[in-house]
Design a protein around this ligand. Structure first.
Ligand code: TXA
Ligand code: MG
Length: 329
């Protein structure tokens, strides 16, 4: 299959929506990372997403909606004591980089949620994502449009690198503004939990929670979700992620990174933008991390050294992705 690359205009949105309606997969930009879209009620297209990505079938997908009214097609009403909190989170952060688990509607195919009774919902802010969902006529499931395990795509070029020949089309919307995936939360459990940290921070979420009379959010640790034999809370978090082929090493200072580079050459060093010189040291930020990890591979570096000084370590979402990129399993 030849993968088409569309630029953004009214006609290309219609063509892409037509492909989706005929059961094809189309990648599209969101403000976080590029997503690989299929219509949520098209079970066979949803199944092909797992094949195209090489994704384990026990890792559920996020359903992307264009407007609040779409919710009634994919989720059951929230318990009354959580409805107000959801509305407040929606007011504060949607459309945007927040994904919320809701009770699953029975018409959503089980393959979407990997058999869980919750469905993850997000309202992307990107105009191309919104236009495509509306033109497709129903919400779209969209995991990040990368091969499973590799860094998420933040440009159409990244999508084509991973999925060319495996999907019908990608809509090119340029680079994603946020650069890392959405924050995933569960507000159905006794304590409100953050399943995946993202650019919407715990501090921001806590403000809304407290205003609505709830305790602050807690981070769900991998350990907690894996320890009991019940299904893990956010199954995707247990897999190796975001990892380039190059070895990823962490350093706590630029000096340590330079030292490591001498024994691990050729090495690409990433550090906070203030330290980037465009020659040996490149920018480490939410926006640039995935592109830089991919660049290490495309330019033949054996090693990527990430300078995680205290400022980087304070960025929980960025550190979460860095730790996974550097982990062995
Ligand atoms: O920013 C994003 O969220 C991007 C863009 C394309 O929207 N999408 C994305 O999807 O990152 P994906 O499939 O790469 O990651 C979805 C995460 C996984 O960790 C998955 O396990 C979790 O959300 N998830 C999805 N449905 C869930 C559910 N019902 N319960 C718990 N976790 C769920
Ligand atoms: Mg992903």
């Amino acid at each position: 299959m030849d993968t088409q690359r569309f630029s953004y205009n009214k006609q290309s949105i219609q063509e892409a929506a037509q492909l989706l309606r005929s059961g094809e997969l189309v990648a599209f930009p969101t403000e976080t990372v590029y997503g690989l879209g299929a219509r949520v009620f098209d079970e066979s297209a949803v199944r092909r997403i797992f094949v195209a990505k090489g994704r384990p079938s026990d890792n559920p997908l996020i359903v992307h909606c264009a407007e609040k009214a779409d919710l009634m097609r994919v989720s059951e009403p929230l318990p009354s004591n959580r409805k107000q909190l959801f509305d407040a989170l929606y007011e504060a952060f949607c459309p945007g980089a927040l994904t919320v688990l809701l009770p699953k509607h029975s018409s959503v195919p089980n393959v979407v949620t990997a058999g869980l009774n919750t469905v993850a919902i997000r309202f992307p802010a990107h105009p191309i994502a919104q236009a495509l969902i509306r033109a497709a006529g129903e919400p779209l499931v969209a995991p990040s449009a990368n091969r499973s395990g590799y860094p998420s795509p933040t440009t159409a070029q990244h999508v084509l690198h991973d999925l060319s020949g495996r999907i019908a089309a990608v809509i090119d919307g340029g680079a994603c503004a946020v650069g890392i995936e959405s924050t995933v939360v569960n507000i159905l459990t006794e304590s409100l939990t953050i399943l995946r940290p993202g650019s919407i921070t715990k501090e921001q979420l806590d403000k809304t929670a407290l205003e609505q009379g709830f305790q602050p959010f807690v981070y769900a640790s991998g350990k907690e979700s894996g320890e009991n034999n019940a299904a893990p809370l956010s199954p995707g978090m247990k897999y190796r992620h975001y990892a380039p082929n190059a070895t990823v090493l962490l350093a706590s200072s630029l000096e340590e990174a330079s030292l490591l580079a001498t024994t691990n050459s050729p090495a690409l060093i990433l550090a906070r933008p203030e330290y980037a010189d465009g020659a040996t040291v490149h920018e480490l930020s939410e926006q640039s991390l995935y592109g830089a990890l991919r660049k290490a591979d495309s330019e033949g570096f054996q090693t990527v050294i990430l300078v995680c000084d205290s400022e980087v370590q304070n960025n929980i979402a960025l550190m979460n992705r860095i730790s996974k990129a550097a982990s062995e399993q």
